[in-house]
Design a protein around this ligand. Sequence first.
Ligand code: TXA
Ligand code: MG
Length: 349
Amino acid sequence: MITEYISMPEDAPDMEGIRRAGEIIKNGGLVAFPTETVYGLGGDARNPESSRKIYAAKGRPSDNPLIVHVCRLEDVAPIVREIPEEAQLLAQAFWPGPLTMIFHKNDVIPYETTGGLDTVAVRFPSNRIAQELIRASGGYIAAPSANRSGRPSPTIARYCREDLDGRVEMIIDGGEVGIGLESTIIDLTDKRPIILRPGYVTREMLEQVLGAVDVDRTTISADSGQAPKAPGMKYRHYAPKGDLTLVEGTKDAVVSCINDLVRSASQAGKRTGVICTDETKDLYRADRIFSAGSRQDNEAIARHLFRILRECDDLELDVIYSESFGGSGLSMAIMNRLMKAAGHKCIKV
Ligand code: TXA
Ligand code: MG
């Protein structure tokens, strides 16, 4: 298959390009497109064949359900059994935006799209290109992140191309995404709302609307002994090819521990990298030092993290050490992705 590339600015989508992309999806094909979180790999959520193609293009296990993207609030009711009051409140507060809600599904969405589950994940993205594409495709786009399974989610179109060239009909380049981490997922099908994947919409923000909200333990620790409630969270994700380890502790202890580890790795002939912050970047010695941004600016760290993980591969680094980040607010999402990328290897100093 030859993949077609088109590009457009988010504030002025090329409507002829969008129309053609919508036709591809309506006809059962796949289009990668920008959202405010990460790029998505879209197919018609109501077409079981499209969902099968998405799994094949990503190399993703088919028990890992897809998120259904809509472009209007009123498009949720036709695909779910009921809309709980909590969902209405969350939609008012955070939609369109980086929040995915889990509902009981009805027959409109096939089991191929939900990985065999009776529930469906729904998100209303705020990116204008995404919204126009959903409209042009008939209203329901199933879209996982547009990476090959196991790699970091793409934050620019070039990364979609690296992973999906020749495997999808079209890639829409809409520039760099704003957020850089996937949406927050909240499950509303149980007695108490529970966060299955932390994201830009933080626990604190959700609790302001709903009161107490639980967090699936598996999002942070590897040894809770439970299976994650979001099937996709059980897979090793985002892992760079090199060996990534997190180091946690006070600033001085972390810097000296990482420098010691880098020194022995270099002596063993390995190519080394350090993931750190603006405040510490001049304190390290390694083949490559990546600052994700200022420690005061979690949004910058979130936006840069997946690019840095990909660059570790481009530079063929053998070992990578990363500083770690606090556990609340947006840092919860940052740590969740970093811990997964590191296979939960974390040294406490
Ligand atoms: O920001 C995002 O959410 C991006 C953009 C493209 O919208 N999409 C995304 O999709 O991250 P994906 O497929 O990479 O991650 C979907 C996650 C998986 O962990 C999956 O297991 C979970 O959502 N999920 C989907 N449907 C679910 C359901 N019915 N119950 C529990 N978890 C579900
Ligand atoms: Mg993904």
